[in-house]
Design a binder for this molecule. Structure first.
Ligand SMILES: C[S@@+](CC[C@H](N)C(=O)[O-])C[C@H]1O[C@@H](n2cnc3c(N)ncnc32)[C@H](O)[C@@H]1O
Length: 207
């Protein structure tokens, strides 16, 4: 059965309270750096981080956009967002705006962002296509959204170990995000790369 938003919220409330543990499990600096590079950002750009969580992407984004750019991070879990705020304060970033809200209802104006990223968040958002549609709407034409997420291993027996890699209640492993996105945006996906025996993917969509 699909994981419901309430279960997801409960899981991330807990993760937000033990953020050191969440950050330890999900640091993945190389993967994040690579994903951020694929957005194609320049100094001064405004970037949307969908389901930004504790802000683990922020240092990599900041490296690209500098102090003249802006990060807008949206997340519906105040405990996760609290940690993103702590990070921004610690780093003295004045150009991070955190929005406590549901990414499937986000009302950012059309053409606001120079780039967007969703790392391991679409698999945690039950209506992932609605969240993506909002992000696409708010992106400038010709700009990129990078989706980096987890999925089932290509070699099925390995899927028995998935609960050890990611807590069942914190995502929907039955979702086929690649397939859904390709169906919804058949001409926009410009790159899809799988890694870690097919259990991770990175997808770039250009508006
Ligand atoms: C696995 S975490 C990923 C966080 C961050 N992107 C990262 O890479 O570490 C998934 C995040 O999605 C958020 N989330 C789940 N459903 C959401 C929704 N409907 N709107 C906004 N955020 C949501 C959760 O609160 C959680 O912080």
């Amino acid at each position: 059965m699909a994981v419901q938003q309430k279960e997801i919220n409960d899981a991330y409330r807990l993760y937000g309270d033990i953020s050191w543990f969440y950050n330890f499990l999900n640091g993945m600096p190389r993967l994040r750096k690579k994903s951020v590079r694929k957005i194609g950002l320049a100094p001064g750009d405004t970037v949307l981080d969908i389901g930004c969580g504790t802000g683990l992407n922020f240092p990599h984004i900041m490296e690209k956009i500098g102090a003249s750019g802006k990060i807008v991070g949206i997340d519906c879990c105040k405990e996760m967002l609290f940690n993103a705020k702590k990070l921004a304060l610690k780093k003295k970033w004045k150009n991070v705006k955190l929005v406590l809200g549901d990414a499937t209802l986000a009302g950012f104006p059309k053409g606001t962002f120079d780039g967007a990223i969703a790392t391991i968040s679409l698999s945690a958002i039950p209506d992932h296509l609605k969240a993506l549609a909002h992000a696409v709407h708010s992106l400038k034409r010709g700009k990129n959204i990078v989706i980096t997420d987890g999925k089932k291993f290509s070699f099925k027996p390995f899927n028995l170990f998935l609960p050890l890699l990611r807590w069942n209640k914190s995502w929907d492993k039955e979702k086929d995000i690649i397939k859904d996105v390709l169906r919804e945006y058949p001409t926009k996906a410009v790159e899809i790369k799988e890694s870690f025996l097919g259990s991770q993917f990175c997808m770039v969509l250009t508006k």
